[in-house]
Design a protein around this ligand. Structure first.
Ligand SMILES: Cc1cc2nc3c(=O)[nH]c(=O)nc-3n(C[C@H](O)[C@H](O)[C@H](O)COP(=O)(O)O)c2cc1C
Length: 186
């Protein structure tokens, strides 16, 4: 495990090419700078989980499991779909947690953050995700909670955050997350 510069498996719960959550994840990566290596986990080619495949996982499933297993920590950056976790993200979690006894998430530190244009900004999705993470044995950062209300231009093309107070808040989130990762890596 690289404690000086932890590898972070980043799971963005949106496949949209215009995803505001991917923009947010890039902004966090920029704020982390050289303190961490963000590795964005591919999820767009994962067949829907079916336990019949447990005896012979397809290559995309094994790649996902290795991406999680080889990381020091996980970071979920997710929108909220119908007041819960987007199916693409839940599918990836189900896949990486199986086959039974080979949970790739086990014991890893993690955190969740999300962006939406709506007023409650992913709060329910994040809470549902926290429930899931208890079972898949990810130790989630409790505070600060981070609900980002997105508006056009909040994150620029170069991943910089254009609003001073939001940038300051996100910097604190990154600092707390990296401190949490370091603490659980000792
Ligand atoms: C199927 C669907 C369900 C949604 N449900 C919610 C919701 O429950 N709460 C919310 O704040 N936004 C909801 N939205 C709006 C998304 O949060 C918004 O589209 C956001 O930009 C998605 O993030 P992304 O740009 O990273 O894909 C929903 C959007 C879709 C397509």
């Amino acid at each position: 495990m690289s404690k000086q510069r932890p590898v972070i498996a980043v799971l963005v719960g949106s496949l949209s090419k215009d995803s505001i959550n991917r923009k947010l994840a890039r902004a966090l990566e920029k704020l982390a700078g050289q303190r961490a290596e963000f590795r964005f986990v591919r999820m767009d080619d994962l067949p829907v989980y079916n336990r019949d495949m447990d005896s012979s996982y397809p290559p995309a499933y094994n790649r996902l499991k290795e991406d999680i297993h080889s990381a020091d920590a996980v970071l979920f950056v997710t929108p909220e779909n119908n007041r819960s976790v987007p199916s693409v993200l839940k599918n990836a979690i189900d896949i990486a947690s199986r086959p039974w006894g080979t949970n790739s998430f086990a014991g890893k530190p993690g955190a969740v953050i999300g962006a939406s244009t709506g007023a409650i900004s992913t709060a329910l999705a994040q809470q549902h995700l926290r429930n899931i993470c208890v079972f898949v044995d990810v130790y989630m950062l409790a505070q600060p909670e981070a609900f980002v209300r997105y508006h056009d231009g909040l994150i620029a093309e170069d991943a910089s955050v254009t609003d001073d107070s939001v940038r300051e808040f996100l910097s604190k989130f990154v600092d707390s997350y990296l401190a949490w990762v370091a603490r659980l890596s000792n």
